[in-house]
Ligand binder design. Structure first.
Ligand code: 3H9
Length: 681
């Protein structure tokens, strides 16, 4: 979309307005409009100062991410920024919405920044596997000091305007509805003061003290080593800020450029950029017309106040939506509500909310002991025990209670939603809303579309996800939907591999080296061996460990032994159990796979299952599988998720690797490997 650029001159103040929907990204047309607008004001003697402001919903949201990887075209962002900074006339950036990345860097070359109170400013490039590459790593430390600059840039979280003012990232707050007028008034006051132009690049006051504290950087790296593991960008940001402190400005900028160039061609950044667009794409449903009506959701019912039901409830309370919470007994209800309260109080104790906010959220809960209380709910979510008969019974009763037009959702993780819908007189109102545990924290929401779910119901569910801060991924009905289905394959492969002779610690080490925070056996020990895979009658390593009273970290250790600090060591008992079960299966030719082999044996099957999920139309697109695994299973985002990762490995290699393991690759995978195409690019 072309940028609309408007220049006006009001009482000696040139106002340049840029409007390039949706977010004023600094693509070529916007950069040209900026260059032309500033050149015209520079040449016009009647203009004494310039206000730069944006139309639409936000100030510049950054460089145009779609341009990365393409040859740069002049004027580049750096060229534009240099010319603004060199302006002999004061330039005031007037900020609303979000000034992010290149957008905030642009404001940092302006001589002053004024923002509305609802605005946010920041440098989120780290989430794209990048560093701020338009001078941000050199200018922000000069404004807020290196320590705070490191925090802001490595976390990438935008800073609200009031905080930004406190930190010096902006110079003044405007009225919420009078940005333009206030910016013009600010420009007049700057002219009246007649002070020399302030350029951030010339400031030394915030960085000079850091020269006497070289340990600052080593300390920062050490304190964040865990969070930064696997990512390239945070370390590059630290190096760039070190350069800001130790080198003259222009050399620091050159160093930033060099580091930016390395990052922008890295697989990690490509993966994170893939994820950025994948997350936005996942909300789109190709066969739903944009005009599909959505249903208003103002009151929600949740059936079941257990761990899932409680977590689900919190999402709505957080969004200010009242919830009727139904349980079978008063004791269960009290317990569930007590847990919700404790969760909020813990947040309040950490300063994340006030006690008034805790009470306001708790006041939105209407406790109830019968389904009749759900008669007025716009949406009801069932979150009871994973048992078809129980769920069908609830849905049959709900059908007689819920008002016409209400959405009836189940949080089932594996069960057939069509079979649940079939017991109601309104299968078109039934949908799966599959939250991941802890449901108040995990951002993934699988919206499961039954054979007869109405378009309005799907559209409403997809929209609702955004309202409660979730990322929706649409799935069709199958056992496990998307994330659980593809990730279960990894668990099975891990179980098989330890029977073949790999130790649990070797498997976990390979998977953590790949980038997961934990390996599959560490995870089982953490969650509890009795929690997962209940009900299996076949003898298995896990079953035998449970029979021995080894439930994981919580009781006697599991795959590992633990000391009283919960530090794990390899367990001789577990090794014995593994050997017994292996013998039972007649496995007597142990292998000792290296880390790459472990990764191939655990994760190639996930890719294969992903291909089947696509082939069967369970997921709409490969990138949805990536989003589901990244948000539902903490798949390391810097690999891009299983399908993007498979593309980077090369699909012919995945096919060959699967065949070596005796697994027949999915048809779609073979086709793509043979045709030289891929899943995500
Ligand atoms: C950078 O600046 C590098 C520099 O340091 C150095 C350069 C040399 N480019 O999120 P939404 C699209 S890196 C292209 O749904 P919201 C987005 O894909 C950049 N497209 O809206 C979507 O498209 P579609 C640093 C972009 O209101 C549409 O706009 N900046 C860009 O929920 C609406 O987006 C960032 O990382 C972009 N920069 O949130 C900020 N941004 O409709 C990235 C968005 O086709 N952006 N799009 O799906 C955001 O965080 C959010 O978009 C924002 C608005 C908060 C601004």
């Amino acid at each position: 979309m072309a940028a609309i650029s408007t220049s006006t001159i009001e009482d000696g103040i040139g106002v340049l307005t840029l409007d390039s929907p949706p977010v004023n990204a600094l693509g070529l047309h916007v950069r040209r409009a900026l260059a032309d607008g500033f050149a015209a004001f520079a040449a016009d003697d009647t203009v004494k100062a310039v206000v730069l402001i944006c139309g639409g919903r936000t100030f510049f949201a950054g460089a145009d991410i779609t341009e990365f990887g393409k040859p740069p075209v002049e004027p580049t962002l750096l060229t534009v920024l240099d010319s603004i900074e060199a302006s002999a006339k004061p330039v005031i950036a007037a900020i609303h919405g979000t000034a992010l990345g290149g957008g905030f860097e642009l404001s940092l070359v302006c001589h002053y920044r004024i923002a509305v109170p609802s605005a946010k400013v920041g440098l989120p490039e780290v989430h794209l596997g990048l560093l701020p590459g338009a001078g941000g790593t050199q200018r922000l430390p000069r404004v807020v000091g290196p320590q705070i600059a490191l925090e802001i840039m490595t976390k990438g979280t935008p800073v609200p305007a009031r905080k930004a003012l406190e930190l010096g990232m902006i110079d003044a707050l405007a009225g919420e509805d009078s940005l333009r007028a206030d910016a013009i008034a600010y420009a007049h006051s700057v002219l009246a003061a007649g002070e020399p132009l302030r350029r951030v690049r010339d400031r030394e006051d915030k960085i000079a003290p850091a020269r006497a504290q070289p340990e600052l950087f080593a300390d920062f790296r050490k304190a964040n080593a865990r969070a930064f593991r696997g990512f390239k960008a945070p370390e590059a940001i630290v190096k760039a800020v070190e350069a800001a402190v130790t080198l003259p400005f222009d050399q620091g900028v050159a160093r930033e450029r060099e580091l930016f160039r390395e990052l922008v061609v890295s697989t990690e950044s490509a993966a994170q950029r893939h994820y950025f667009f994948a997350e936005r794409e996942s909300a789109k449903v190709p066969d739903l017309p944009k005009s599909t009506a959505t249903l208003p959701i103002t009151t929600v019912g949740v059936i079941g106040a257990g761990t899932m039901g409680g977590g689900i409830t919190m999402n709505f309370l957080n969004a200010g939506i009242s919830v009727t919470l139904v349980e079978m007994t008063q004791a269960a209800l009290d317990r569930g509500i007590g847990v919700i309260r404790r969760n909020y109080e813990t947040s309040a104790a950490k300063g994340r909310m006030t006690s008034a906010q805790v009470e306001a959220r708790m006041a939105l809960i209407a406790p109830a002991l019968t389904l009749d209380a759900l008669a007025g709910a716009d949406l009801v979510i069932e979150a009871v025990f994973e048992d078809m008969a129980v769920k069908q019974d609830i849905f049959a009763r709900l059908d007689t209670v819920a008002k016409p037009g209400a959405i009836l959702a189940t949080n089932t993780s594996y069960l057939d939603i069509d079979a649940i819908a079939a017991v109601t007189s309104r299968p078109e109102a039934v949908v799966g809303l599959h939250f991941f545990s802890p449901a108040n924290v995990m951002r993934l929401l699988e919206v499961v579309r039954g054979a007869r779910t109405a378009p309005e119901v799907i559209a409403t569910a997809m929209n609702l996800a955004k309202v409660i801060g979730k990322v929706p991924v649409l799935a069709r009905v199958c056992h496990g939907f998307i994330a659980n289905r593809v990730m279960t394959v990894r668990g099975r492969a891990a179980d098989a591999l330890i029977l073949r002779g790999a130790s649990p610690q070797a498997v976990d080490a390979a998977i953590t080296a790949y980038g997961f925070a934990m390996g599959p056996f560490q995870m089982l020990d953490l969650v509890g061996l009795d929690v997962i895979g209940r009900g299996s009658t076949e003898r298995s390593v896990r079953g035998d460990l449970v029979a021995l009273g080894r439930l994981g970290q919580k009781q006697n250790g599991g795959y590992y032994d633990y000391d009283d600090q919960r530090r794990p060591t390899p367990s001789p008992v577990a090794a014995q159990v593994i050997a017994e079960i292996a013998a039972l299966h007649g496995i007597n030719a142990p292998i000792s796979p290296d880390a790459d082999d472990v990764v191939a044996r655990l994760l190639y099957p996930v890719v294969n299952e992903g291909a089947k999920v696509l082939e069967e139309g369970i997921a709409i697109r490969a990138s949805d599988i990536d989003v589901a695994c990244i948000l539902g299973y903490n798949w390391p985002v810097f690999t891009g998720g299983p399908m993007f990762w498979a593309d980077t490995v090369g699909l012919p290699q995945i096919v060959a690797g699967l065949r070596e393991q005796g697994i027949e690759p999915a048809r779609l995978l073979i086709e793509k490997a043979q045709s030289g195409t891929n899943f995500t690019r």
